[in-house]
Design a protein around this ligand. Structure first.
Ligand SMILES: *Cc1c(COP(=O)(O)O)cnc(C)c1O
Length: 444
């Protein structure tokens, strides 16, 4: 049952202690003594509870959350429908293991994914626990289907931290350095980064395809994995026509085209999946972050003939497609429909983008403003150049945190600030956060 006695969190910013406050400082000491140093946090502030677009820390400070736990809390923190669905499922059956005794919610999530991922062809899904696991399984499926081993990924990509996926991720530090040997048969090829390469979509696609043909060779290439909008890499939106040309080449050459929509999917950009903005219908689509309102579940969804390639028993996992997480995912799909949340991405873009462009005119440190829907970013440069400004971002995110706004960084050069607000955020909170950003930029 939903706990109706839980205090409602007012959707407002409120700083009542120094940041971090005394309780966070005390927890930070315990954490330093007990949690491995390799796990880092953007802020030394410990979260206590959250609702909608507001996170409350253990000292009672309220932050406007423009990160949503990296695009996970897309429909809002502690969404009533998600909480109720998960609570009810928890009491009904918590774990059954789909590979022992299947249950309906897993099947329902697969049906919803088939209905809402791009393309009207017959689709099937496998459910997993994390984004990296979805990437790993997409590669397994593509290899089994094609009988080829090569995996091509784009420069600036982020696909995870497991052994295979860290090899597929672009940035050495912190993701790969010291963790080798890296998985073989993973090839990094240049993609499209209009702000930095100045190429048209056709030119960038020709460059990518040349690398695929010359460096790897079609006969050894199982799949190309691409994020329709690159996440950790800095919210890079490829030039017009790039992704469509890449997909067309994949189709012509029997290469599986995989869209990693783990960050860009689930209504964040005003469509269920960002691929739709670029006119592509990927063979396989990956979902994770926003799919279940914070519960861990992920999926590979794609063409039935590709998905059915691996033999029975070849895919799965103990917790994969857990009933509580599946119930939460069904609730998220239901809320997107019921509240017409596909309209919220464009609303948020309509408030944020013009304001960010105004800030760019005022603060020449902003070199580029880009993104779609509730997935926007600014790239910071040395004014008048495209040279990455590597020192401004931590100053801005720290200033914002001191003033009650949670902002996330991104980018290969660490010079991007990304905006991933919940679709439940109000225009008023967005404007307030923009005011803090303006002050932060002025304070540089
Ligand atoms: C976060 C992310 C992943 C990895 O997901 P995890 O759940 O952290 O393993 C993979 N690809 C993209 C695009 C992501 O944003």
């Amino acid at each position: 049952m939903t706990d109706t006695t839980a205090p409602v969190i007012a959707q407002e910013r409120r700083i009542v202690t120094s940041i971090p406050g005394p309780k966070s400082v005390a927890l930070q000491e315990r954490r330093a003594a007990s949690v491995a140093a390799g796990v880092s946090s953007a802020l030394p502030v410990f979260a206590d509870r959250a609702h909608g677009a507001i996170v409350v820390d253990v000292d009672g400070n309220q932050f406007i959350d423009l990160g949503s736990g990296i695009g996970v809390m897309t429909i809002g923190h502690t969404d009533e429908a998600v909480v109720a669905a998960a609570q009810a499922q928890l009491e009904q059956i918590t774990h059954a293991m789909f590979t022992i005794t299947p249950y309906e919610s897993y099947v329902r999530v697969a049906e919803l994914l088939a209905a809402h991922t791009p393309g009207t062809f017959a689709k099937k899904s496998v459910l997993l626990n994390s984004g990296a696991e979805a990437v790993e399984n997409a590669v397994k499926i593509a290899r089994h289907h094609t009988g080829r081993q090569g995996v091509a990924v784009l420069d600036h990509a982020y696909h995870g931290r497991t052994n295979l996926t860290m090899a597929m991720t672009y940035k050495a530090m912190p993701y790969k350095t010291g963790f080798g040997p890296l998985a073989p048969a993973v090839y990094h090829v240049p993609g499209s980064y209009p702000f930095r390469d100045g190429l048209t979509g056709a030119e960038a696609a020709a460059r990518t395809i040349s690398h695929l043909e010359k460096q790897i060779g079609v006969n050894d290439l199982a799949c190309v994995v691409a994020e329709p909008i690159q996440g950790e890499g800095g919210f890079v939106v490829s030039a017009e026509g790039y992704l469509a040309a890449l997909q067309e080449w994949c189709t012509a050459n029997g290469v599986v085209f995989v869209a990693d929509e783990i960050q860009s999917g689930m209504a964040r950009t005003g469509r269920y999946y960002a691929s739709e903005h670029f006119g592509v219908e990927p063979d396989l689509v990956l979902s994770a972050k926003g799919i279940a309102g914070g519960l861990p579940i992920a999926a590979v969804t794609g063409r039935a003939e590709i998905m059915d390639a691996p033999h029975p028993g070849g895919l799965g996992g103990t917790f994969a497609g857990n009933p509580v997480a599946a119930a939460a995912a069904i609730a998220v799909f239901g809320e997107i429909e019921r509240r017409d949340l596909l309209a919220e991405g464009p609303r948020i873009e309509g408030v944020l983008k013009p304001a960010l462009l105004e800030l760019q005119a005022k603060h020449p440190v902003i070199g580029d403003v880009r993104g779609i829907g509730a997935m926007l970013a600014i790239e910071l440069v040395e004014p008048g150049t495209t040279t990455p400004n590597t020192t401004a971002v931590p100053k801005i995110t720290s200033y914002a945190a001191q003033n009650g706004v949670l902002l996330l960084s991104a980018g290969t050069y660490g010079n991007v600030i990304r905006f991933l607000p919940s679709l439940a955020i109000s225009d008023e909170l967005l404007r307030e956060a923009l005011g803090v950003l303006d002050e932060a930029l002025a304070s540089l």
